[in-house]
Design a protein around this ligand. Structure first.
Ligand SMILES: [Zn+2]
Ligand SMILES: [Zn+2]
Length: 836
């Protein structure tokens, strides 16, 4: 029997080789009809033997191209039209309102890499080789539908050979919009110094000469600005400590780790422990920076990630990077003849490039060649650019894999985002309620909600129905440059996805630039408390609608009482929250100065817990010098001393008291180094016991230490002006934790052990809070969010202990737990309130 059906495929089906795939399958199953790309997805009219039509449809969902993401297939029986062939049709539909998802940027595929290094291929060493399975997408798209004329490739008309590939449905480059070759496509550019003459690599010889010059400079320890997919990188030889130090000096980047690029997995394995799952992400089509645990004894150069247990690594993802890395490795091995290329022993040196964002301190990354030469003039010695414009800025994404569960005694890993940008954004995050039709769950508000996001690690979100279009990481929106970048990205999203906001959402903080913007739009504004947004982002990602126990451990968030929140246990749903418990307030003498100088924070903490007289306090606070008195006066008089419940600040204080980090060069460094200090804790336990015995904390086992460190709960007393939001029922008191920390410090217990005990106390506080909420409200679903959960030890142990105690636990999985998730939470709260 001959069937005729119309098939509508929704999801990421544009620019990923989906139509050639449909065409091939139609040929395979003897289907006649047509396929059409429209802005709402791929439409197929299929006529054929009914069993074959069924198989054809199965193939569409089961064997779609790797980079595509089929979200929905609608099938409708239609009258037979008696087609005698299968054809590809072209769309002229301007009226389809919905937007098809174009895939994000895709790393150069294996086929293209093979051609890139094949001397017989016509694209041998062509720095912009790509096909339907790989290459730039959003970084070159000006408007939809995705078509060459709508991209920054419009200026490069295809040569005959490229045009023939482009038109052939069976070719890997069929409708590959950025398809190009030496004859017709973009070229690399090169200049030494910002004002030097600019040469163009139009032919292979010219192009190769540019790569040779670039490699020569890298080998000489110079710093290059290299144009990538979503912006410039600053690049230098990662094994050259002087070059790395010079890059840090010029970029004014002190402590923060630098990401590196390795040539391949073999080299990565020489440096880091990489599980199968980590290798899959590292080598996958998104190619983020993956934070991997350093291998003991690995030859990781000074100045890359000193004092840290992880190194951020990525593999080349553009043809320019493949060529640069390949040529550099060749020159590097020639200069280091003693290094065994295939060796697997730890300590083996490998060719490695630093690849860090090409930006000026606190500003967005440069995307235009002219801009890069102007802004990076004092940082880069030479510029390897190109004449294909980048239309939208995308930083590299940063992820790690964390252990979220255990099945049959095998760990189950999941991606944790630290920064979501290239390769992931702007694929929308579904906020639909799990298991129910959107209409039956929390009704999404009509119209389009624009959520402005927070100040730090900003993203914004456009929410339409249950699709949250979360922007790529934008940065800290606290200066004119980043604010302009924020506005420009917002405009591009609105025009690209044809969305005009009908309502806005923003943070409760009145001074954020994004909040001020929101209040000037003449649209209804929903203000959302920072930590409520954190928790709702997790609920939205997991489709949760019923009330949860939300635990937000964070750095800074404006509270409803004007204090700085950040250690919150919230009873939350998508509309509202009640503050169930919070860490007892401690003073922050000097406000933000206490973040920059965490010994001040430590002073505030010890003052609040009445521990300033503890025998270990004086020595630990000694580096404060005269500032101690200043702190005291500020606290006593309440001068420039906000109160905070932030757990991030408790980590800062602990790290400073242990002397691990007293002068951080970026926010969060104290906590990161405190976590890293734990690495040797396991080995130290026996030694620690001996030390403790000698010091009089005799015969103590770890269980007893746990009890000493445990955070305790106190009943809170409300005042006349208290509201349900700003006053918790319970206060979490970390006095015992800091008391025990000082006791151990006085007893000479190693910092690694103290650090682990401190971490365990915070894990304990999480489990205890969840148990109190369950006992009182019978709620056993816990949502964890906030920047503190970027701590691998904390999140992995909290997940394990909560699961063991019978809780269902949700954490951010599509977005980072840091403030990168805030805008989605804001949008969903606004939607829930407006939809009420
Ligand atoms: Zn390719
Ligand atoms: Zn060509």
């Amino acid at each position: 029997m001959i069937d005729a059906v119309d098939i509508h495929v929704k999801g990421i089906v544009q620019g990923v080789g989906f139509r050639p795939f449909v065409y091939r399958m139609a040929k395979k199953y003897l289907i006649n009809g047509w396929v059409l790309n429209a802005t709402d997805g791929v439409h197929i009219h299929a006529e054929g033997e009914s069993a074959l039509v069924d198989e054809f449809i199965m193939e569409l969902s089961d064997n779609a191209p790797a980079a595509s993401k089929v979200e929905e297939i609608d099938i409708k029986e239609v009258p037979l039209e008696d087609f005698d062939s299968f054809e590809i049709r072209f769309s002229d539909d301007e009226d389809v309102a919905e937007t098809t998802l174009v895939s994000p940027e895709l790393a150069t595929c294996d086929d293209c890499v093979a051609e890139l290094f094949n001397p017989n291929d016509r694209r041998y060493r062509y720095p912009f080789i790509n096909c339907t399975n790989c290459g730039p997408r959003f970084t070159i798209i000006d408007h939809l539908p995705y078509d060459r004329a709508a991209t920054s490739m419009a200026a490069f008309p295809m040569c005959e050979k490229c045009a023939a590939e482009y038109a052939d449905p069976l070719d890997r480059r069929f409708h590959a919009q950025p398809d190009a070759c030496f004859e017709c496509g973009p070229s690399v550019t090169w200049s030494v110094g910002a004002d030097g003459p600019i040469s163009l690599g139009k032919t292979r010889e010219e192009s190769d000469a540019i790569f040779a010059a670039a490699v020569e400079m890298l080998m000489a320890g110079k710093i290059l600005a290299v144009k990538g997919l979503g912006g410039f990188h600053l690049v230098c030889d990662a094994n050259n400590a002087d070059a790395v130090a010079e890059l840090r000096r010029r970029k004014r980047r002190d402590g923060k780790a630098l990401a590196v690029m390795a040539q391949g997995m073999g080299d990565v394995r020489a440096l880091c422990e990489a599980s199968e799952e980590e290798e899959a992400v590292l080598a996958g089509s998104t190619r983020p920076i993956v934070l991997l645990r350093k291998r003991p004894g690995a030859a990781i150069g000074a100045g890359l990630a000193d004092g840290l247990s992880e190194l951020g690594v990525m593999l080349p993802y553009t043809p320019v990077q493949h060529l640069l890395m390949h040529d550099f490795a060749e020159a590097w091995y020639a200069a280091n003849p003693a290094v065994d290329e295939a060796g697997d022993e730890p300590g083996r040196l490998v060719p490695l490039l630093v690849m860090t964002s090409g930006n000026v301190h606190d500003e967005p990354i440069c995307i235009a060649d002219k801009e890069a030469r102007a802004k990076l003039a004092d940082i880069a010695d030479a510029f390897l650019g190109n004449n294909r414009p980048i239309l939208t800025r995308f930083d590299d994404s940063v992820v790690r894999l964390i252990k979220v569960d255990e099945a049959d005694e095998k760990p189950v890993y999941a991606i944790q985002f630290l920064r979501r940008a290239r390769g992931y954004a702007p694929v929308p995050v579904s906020v639909a309620a799990e298991g129910v039709a959107p209409a039956e769950g929390v009704a999404p508000a009509e119209g389009i909600i624009f959520a402005a996001g927070p100040e730090q690690k900003n993203t914004f979100t456009l929410l339409r129905g249950t699709d949250g279009f979360v922007s790529q990481h934008i940065g800290d929106v606290e200066n004119a440059e980043t604010y302009d970048a924020w506005l420009a990205t917002k405009d591009r999203f609105e025009s690209l996805f044809e969305m005009t906001p009908t309502a806005v959402a923003c943070d409760l903080h009145p001074e954020y630039l994004t909040s001020k913007w929101a209040h000037h739009q003449g649209l209804p504004v929903t203000e959302v408390q920072h930590h409520h947004a954190h928790i709702v982002s997790v609920m939205a990602e997991h489709g949760l609608t019923d009330a949860v126990c939300g635990i937000a451990f964070d750095g800074t968030g404006y509270g409803e009482d004007g204090a700085i929140w950040g250690g919150e246990v919230l009873l939350a749903n998508r509309q509202a929250f009640e503050r169930f418990a919070n860490f007892a307030y401690v003073p922050m003498p000097g406000g933000t100065a206490a973040i920059k100088h965490p010994l001040r924070m430590a002073y505030g903490v010890l003052w609040a817990y009445d521990l300033l007289e503890h025998p270990a306090a004086a020595a630990a606070l000694a580096p404060l010098g005269d500032e101690a008195e200043v702190c005291d006066t500020m606290i006593e008089r309440g001068l420039n001393t906000p109160m905070t419940s932030s757990v991030g600040r408790l980590f800062d204080a602990a790290s400073a008291l242990l002397g691990i980090c007293t002068e951080p060069s970026y926010e969060g460094e104290g906590a990161i180094l405190l976590e890293a200090a734990m690495e040797t804790a396991g080995a130290d336990v026996a030694g620690a016991a001996a030390v403790e015995e000698a010091a009089g904390v005799a015969g103590e086992d770890e269980l007893a230490a746990k009890e000493r460190y445990a955070v305790i709960v106190e009943k809170n007393t409300a005042t006349e002006t208290s509201t349900a939001q700003d006053t918790s029922v319970l206060l979490l008191d970390a006095e015992p934790t800091f008391h025990a920390l000082l006791d151990d410090l006085a007893a000479g217990v190693p910092a690694s052990v103290i650090s682990r005990r401190f971490h365990d106390a915070m894990v304990g506080a999480i489990v205890m809070s969840a148990e109190l909420v369950r006992a009182m409200y019978d709620i056993s679903t816990v949502a964890l969010s906030g920047g503190v959960f970027m701590n691998r030890y904390l999140v992995e142990h909290a997940l394990a202990d909560l699961a063991a105690a019978g809780f269902t636990v949700a954490i951010n999985r599509d977005l980072p737990p840091n403030d990168g998730c805030i805008s989605l939470g804001q949008a969903v709260v606004a939607s829930a309130r407006l939809g009420e």
